[in-house]
Ligand binder design. Structure first.
Ligand code: CAA
Ligand code: FAD
Length: 380
């Protein structure tokens, strides 16, 4: 395993680091408090090429590899996981899915604007009764010849109100089980498409999470992605890559908290010396650093697997499972290193701790990652 970065990868990482510090950091506490979507910041990330990082430049993307994307996710997430999840959904769940499985007309119409950040996308799989158990979709897309009639409710949709384009998974032939599911491109403003109230969340509070309601929404047939019945495979293949992005988000949250704890431990004095000189604190830092490095290896390996054209279902699931666990453990310890200051907003670590938890839940809970991992190792 050689993760020595190319000149280009280092430049991309440094640009993200610089952006996160100068543009995301100043307003991050206020956006978290007010549950405010980082609209202006997302627009700037579009200008920097972060919204369609892996998309071919002919469709408006940056044409970079997955490792570069992971490096950007890591840097953004050190500061603002609410902003980085917008990047993650747009890149791995929406642009990648459209570029890989969409047709030319769909790419022209939607991908070009998504990749530049002119518009934002959302990925709509989860439902009130179908989260982990994703094949139990209740939303229906009934075939009416040249269009589908879409009915149902989607839950927990990231970018729910801010998006312009929604990839919606729905059953066309319920009798065929998962083989009867389709993925449809739905536009904001289509008649019968309503956006529910915003969820009040513990973490990633700047990201807007909504339920979506579809009542007899007429979706043209040309908006179906892939062959009839490809929708569940579309979702699974897309999520396999998405999990690498969330693993990188978890890694970034952990690394951000660790960097703050390290700095604080060298400044704060107790019992006549910097707290880093107390072995209990130094050992916490040692554990955090070790866990983060191990998580980084898994996350980069999954990205490299994807870039090399190797199967990344297993490595992506392992990366997400482990990095999200590290994010939880490291952020809790970072708060501890900060003592009372860790419990207040201005020191940032309490937000990182709240943000860390979601990485064990979305894009497949930790239990679901273990299902994916165990099935893979038992099958092979
Ligand atoms: N690639 C291609 N096909 C896949 C696949 C993959 N990675 N994983 C499964 N499939 C296929 C299977 O091969 C099978 O097809 P065949 O019958 O033709 O072989 C079909 O999908 C059904 O697979 P399973 O029998 O394994 O299905 P299951 O009911 O046991 O569920 C699961 C499998 C892995 C648990 C799946 O339901 C799952 O991933 N659940 C979690 C859902 C999830 O991650 N949701 C995230 C929503 S998006 C989000 O959260 C975004 C965000 O926050 C920002
Ligand atoms: P459930 O499936 O009800 O699970 C409850 C518990 O049971 C979990 O601990 C789970 O791991 C466990 N469990 C379930 N089945 C098994 C099993 N077979 N074995 C062992 N344990 C099991 N979804 C989208 O489609 N698009 C989005 O953009 C999106 N964004 C989200 C943003 C946020 C902030 C949140 C909170 C969620 C988002 N989700 C999104 C939904 C997310 O993917 C689901 O919440 C997640 O997949 C879990 O589904 P669930 O909430 O229904 O939990």
């Amino acid at each position: 395993m050689d993760f020595s970065l190319t000149e280009e990868q280092r430049m991309v990482r440094d640009a993200a680091r610089d952006f996160a510090r100068t543009e995301l950091l100043p307003g991050v506490i206020e956006r978290d408090e007010k549950q405010e979507f980082p609209k202006a910041e997302v627009a700037k990330m579009g200008e920097l090429g972060f919204m369609g990082m892996m998309v071919d430049p002919k469709y408006g993307g940056s044409g970079l590899d997955t490792l570069s994307y992971v490096l950007v996710m890591e840097e953004l997430s050190k500061i603002d996981a609410s902003a980085s999840v917008v990047v993650s959904v747009n890149n791995s769940l929406v642009c990648w899915g459209l570029e890989t499985f969409g047709n030319e007309a769909q790419k022209e119409k939607y991908l070009k604007r998504l990749a530049t950040g002119e518009i934002i996308g959302a990925f709509c799989l989860s439902e009130p009764e179908a989260g982990s158990d994703a094949t139990s979709q209740k939303t229906t897309a009934i075939d009416k010849g040249d269009h589908y009639i879409l009915n149902g409710t989607k839950n927990w949709i990231t970018n729910g109100n801010s998006a312009d384009v929604y990839l919606v998974i729905a059953h066309t032939h319920p009798e065929k089980g998962h083989k009867g599911i389709n993925a449809l491109i739905v536009e904001k403003g289509m008649e019968g498409f309503e956006i529910g109230i915003k969820e009040q969340k513990m973490g990633i509070r700047g990201s807007d999470t909504h339920s979506l309601m579809f009542t007899d929404v007429k979706v043209p047939k040309e908006n179906r992605i892939g062959e009839d019945g490809f929708g569940f495979k579309f979702a699974m293949k897309t999520l396999a890559g998405g999990r690498i992005g969330i693993a990188a988000q978890a890694l970034g949250i952990a690394a951000g908290a660790y960097e703050l704890a390290l700095k604080y431990s060298k400044e704060r004095k107790a019992f006549g010396t910097e707290i880093a000189n107390h072995q209990a604190i130094a050992f916490k830092l040692a554990d955090m650093h070790t866990q983060i490095q191990a998580a980084r290896m898994l996350v980069y390996q999954a990205a490299v697997d994807k870039d090399n054209g190797d199967n990344y279902d297993l490595s992506g699931a392992m990366a997400k499972l482990y990095a999200s666990q590290v994010a939880m453990e490291v952020t809790v310890e970072a708060v501890q290193v900060h003592g009372g200051n860790g419990y207040v907003k201005e020191y940032h670590v309490e937000r990182l701790m709240r943000d860390a938890k979601i990485t064990q839940i979305y894009e497949g809970t930790s239990e679901i990652q273990k299902i994916v991992i165990s099935r893979s190792i038992l099958r092979d």
